[in-house]
Design a protein around this ligand. Structure first.
Ligand SMILES: [Mg+2]
Length: 198
């Protein structure tokens, strides 16, 4: 029997497809190239208006990504133990559960992990990869991918960070890069030799 791997998945832009990514990509580019901001920090909405706008932007992420059916099959076939690890801030919890229930996806995940303390998303994900013993983690934010895949991170086991790229970052060289979840899962199926129906 094949070994079951521990798969970690980001929510926005990985499990859920959101047009918001298209807004964020130019902003990240602008920050890096024009403002020369190198420090890895993420915007946190402070007042109610900012939180309201943030919620609307995230509410647009309403569709399951291409590949969630294969994910379910891998979980059902005991090839994969899936953990949802989202850097989403605490005030967005309800929306995430509504989404998972609406598409009957809650049971796919062995654990659903929120950023309860509202710490920086990359730090939160690093902690969770370590704590859960994640072997493959799928993330769409390049800055986070770069941070998590840095050799300086010391993980207890070997961790592969898979990247779901976007239009603007698509030419960046990276070993594990995929346009959307299904392609990333097909790579996992290939690497680990899991059986799949189609
Ligand atoms: Mg994301």
């Amino acid at each position: 029997m094949k070994r079951r791997i521990k798969l970690g998945l980001d929510f926005d832009g990985v499990v859920a497809y959101n047009p918001f990514r298209l807004v964020r990509a130019p902003w990240a580019y602008f920050k890096r190239r024009i403002l020369k901001v190198r420090k890895l920090t993420f915007f946190y909405p402070k007042n109610n208006l900012e939180k309201y706008i943030w919620k609307i932007l995230h509410d647009s992420s309403i569709l399951p990504a291409n590949g969630t059916e294969i994910l379910e099959e891998l979980v059902t076939g005991k090839s994969v133990e899936a953990h949802l690890i989202t850097g989403r801030y605490r005030f967005l919890n309800n929306h995430l559960y509504n989404f998972l229930d609406k598409y009957e996806m809650r049971n796919i995940f062995k654990s659903i992990n929120f950023n309860k303390r509202d710490i920086q998303p990359h730090i939160f994900k690093e902690e969770l990869i370590r704590k859960l013993g994640i072997e493959v983690f799928v993330e769409d934010n390049w800055d986070i991918v770069e941070y998590l895949s840095d050799k300086k991170r010391k993980y207890p086991n070997k961790v592969k960070i898979f990247w779901i790229y976007n239009l603007i970052d698509r030419y960046r060289e990276y070993k594990y890069k995929y346009p959307y979840l299904e392609k990333a899962l097909r790579e996992i199926i290939k690497i680990y030799g899991y059986p799949i129906s189609k």
